[in-house]
Design a protein around this ligand. Structure first.
Ligand code: IPE
Ligand code: IPE
Ligand code: MG
Length: 264
């Protein structure tokens, strides 16, 4: 579909010599860029296996996609980008794979943080950060500190993240406040719960992208996804590039969101 749009546009004399990315970007309505995009970065293992390579090779390749998608999100003016990097269930994987993932994260943060700062990207890790290995916690803390005054794209890296665990954490915090008489149960409402989630103060995702052909949420942002639009592709995460992201943006801009009401 997207290829046919690009080919059609290429027939126009004023777009000679432009890249696919430039062509797609021109079609975006700058007034309707999603404020918050969430991505389940999936398919690294299958991508590697299909090339006869170990899973770690796919995870490493996936970092390149992350780099590209952070850049394009920042360029087109997305406010929040939340990427799912490691779930609370991913501890079920073999020790060596977990180690590779943790090492890659540290490497990504150490390597990229100065450039992220330069691009005004504010990095935040969301999840049960305390349970991560020390080197990962340290890299996260440094990234957080270095970019704390940035006011461009907010990059949430979901790390040891689980939607249910997040809700449990919020309930626990609220219960403690009730116990201390800082909150009365009658005042617990949706806004109060949202304020106790890791994404406190941020808008809910407008768009969720899941590459790699699976149709499930896998415990991602369970509360926040209530009215999020889904976009799905069979492309594996290591092959996911700016043009795929722009394709998702264009598709999103053609949707009618009703939030339970009637369309205007
Ligand atoms: C996503 O790719 C990365 C993480 C879950 C950490 P996978 O490792 O899940 O790759 P597949 O889904 O097995 O191909
Ligand atoms: C979701 O992918 C978690 C991340 C991408 C970090 P999984 O590969 O863990 O999800 P399932 O097991 O296919 O549902
Ligand atoms: Mg997977």
């Amino acid at each position: 579909m997207i290829k046919s749009i690009i080919n059609l546009m290429r027939k126009s004399p004023d777009i000679q010599g432009e890249s696919d990315e430039e062509i797609l970007r021109k079609r975006l309505d700058p007034a309707r860029i999603p404020r918050h995009v969430a991505i389940i970065m999936d398919g690294n293992g299958r991508w590697a296996s299909s090339r006869g390579m170990p899973r770690a090779y796919g995870h490493r390749a996936g970092v390149e996609s992350l780099r590209d998608i952070v850049q394009i999100s920042s360029d087109i003016g997305v406010d929040v980008l939340t990427v799912y990097a490691f779930s609370t269930e991913n501890w079920k994987r073999p020790r060596e794979e977990i180690d590779v993932l943790m090492d890659l994260l540290v490497e990504y943060l150490n390597k990229e943080i100065d450039e992220l700062k330069e691009k005004n990207v504010k990095v935040k890790a969301i999840g049960k950060i305390d349970e991560l290995p020390e080197k990962t916690r340290n890299a996260v803390a440094v990234a957080h500190k270095k970019t704390q005054n940035c006011n461009g794209l907010k990059l949430n890296i979901a790390l040891n993240y689980g939607g249910r665990a997040e809700i449990v954490d919020a309930v626990r915090e609220i219960a403690i406040k009730v116990e201390k008489k800082l909150i009365i149960p009658q005042n617990i409402d949706q806004e109060l719960i949202a304020r106790h989630l890791y994404t406190s103060g941020q808008p809910d995702p407008d768009l969720l992208i899941r590459p790699s052909g699976d149709y499930r949420i896998s415990n991602f942002l369970l509360w926040q996804l209530a009215y999020t639009e889904f976009w799905h592709t069979d492309v594996m995460w290591p092959d996911f590039r700016k043009t795929h992201f722009l394709e998702a943006m264009l598709d999103f801009q053609n949707r009618k969101r009703r939030f339970g009401g009637l369309s205007k």
